[in-house]
Write a protein that binds this ligand. Structure first.
Ligand code: ACO
Length: 333
């Protein structure tokens, strides 16, 4: 059975409440219909029930009546959410009036529902830019304890196996934080190891990547990776992690043995942490295109509750898959 099927079966067992705030968007509504029909998650839509049901009827969708539909205009918890917003953003000087306007925006209402425990996770981005999806999440849901930075992982599934965990590797950060410092890079490593276990389903062996292996080059960029490796070990003493390693030393056994003898990770890594967003984003796209690998993600990690961002070019099945991943993250958080 492939990984996505396993993820959907696991999601069904947990029956988590996932908000899809872009509720009038056609692909989103079709995905909600599939998620409800297959009972992958409970779905919360945002808007006016008669209008959403009319739209669903036009599209020939039969399961939408099973969704919880909340309307920002008359949400029973609106005042409570406004209080929470003003309290959380008091240092930023957010007024009740400003909060009252923001809560009308489905992307803000979703995050407040999650913060208040009225929903377990969110998937958006089919029609909103990454920054617009993530900003409310950063501001109100915030990061999980011990983590200050949200990052994005991809589960890479290679056609021919051979590397990583039977051909599966997790790459990060490929999506969010452009230039992490050494502490942030350590956090990204720890969060990605958790994603590998919770979503990809394997025991992580983490390689901290660089253009140097064990001192072969001297540069402040190499020092950043060495220091991040040390900090990650302090944060998670049981984590199997090593660095700095070049990519070939991380994943090719023969090269790992010769460049980093004695390392329990070199040659066997199944989680690759890139030193910057630039390298991570470029690497996942090259592996996807040149090696024909399947790239599942980005799975956003480090947030106190799971909120995931779609590409605006996403398909209905991309939304279904990401909602199932989000439900699994919620079950494991
Ligand atoms: N983790 C946690 N909090 C964060 C993060 C982060 N990675 N980044 C920003 N924040 C917080 C800030 O601390 C700030 O909080 P505050 O308001 O309480 O002070 C808030 O979020 C807003 O911060 P800004 O710096 O104003 O962030 P902005 O909204 O401008 O940008 C964004 C955030 C959109 C994620 C930006 O970092 C970005 O554009 N990243 C690159 C995204 C991207 O283009 N990825 C590649 C494409 S995706 C793909 O190919 C799959």
């Amino acid at each position: 059975m492939d990984l996505l099927e396993k993820i959907k079966i696991s999601a069904k067992q947990h029956s988590k409440r996932i908000v899809l705030p872009e509720s009038f968007e056609e692909r989103t509504l079709k995905a909600a219909d599939v998620l409800l029909g297959e009972k992958i998650a409970k779905i919360i839509l945002i808007g006016n029930r008669p209008e959403i049901e009319e739209e669903a009827k036009k599209l020939g969708l039969s399961n939408i009546s099973a969704a919880e539909i909340v309307n920002p205009a008359d949400h029973p918890n609106k005042e409570k959410y406004i209080d929470m917003m003003v309290e959380i953003r008091k240092k930023k000087g957010l007024t009740r009036e400003e909060a009252g306007k923001l809560i009308e925006n489905p992307l803000y209402l979703s995050t407040l529902m999650i913060k208040a425990g009225d929903a377990d996770g969110e998937v958006a981005g089919a029609m909103n830019a990454t920054g617009d999806v993530l900003r409310p999440a950063f501001q109100y849901v915030k990061t999980m304890p011990g983590i200050t930075v949200v990052s994005g992982a991809f589960i890479m599934i290679l056609k021919n196996g051979g590397y990583g965990e039977d051909g599966m590797l997790v790459f990060a950060d490929c999506a969010v934080h452009p230039d992490p410092n050494e502490k942030e890079l350590a956090e990204i490593a720890v969060a990605t190891a958790r994603t590998a276990k919770a979503i990809a389903g394997f025991e992580p062996r983490v390689a901290m990547l660089s253009f140097s292996t064990k001192g072969s080059a001297k540069h402040e960029m190499v020092d950043k990776v060495i220091n991040a490796t040390r900090i990650a070990k302090e944060m998670a003493p049981d984590l199997k992690i090593d660095g700095e390693l070049q990519a070939d030393a991380a994943i090719v056994e023969k090269v790992g043995n010769s460049k980093a003898p004695g390392s329990e990770i070199a040659g066997k890594a199944n989680v690759l942490i890139f030193p910057s967003l630039e390298s991570g984003n470029i690497a996942y796209k090259l592996v996807q295109r040149l090696a024909g690998a399947e790239a599942i993600g980005p799975v956003l990690q480090g947030m106190a509750a799971p909120i995931n961002d779609l590409s605006r070019g996403c398909s209905v099945s991309d939304i279904v898959n990401l909602a199932a991943i989000t439900a699994n993250q919620a079950a494991n958080s």
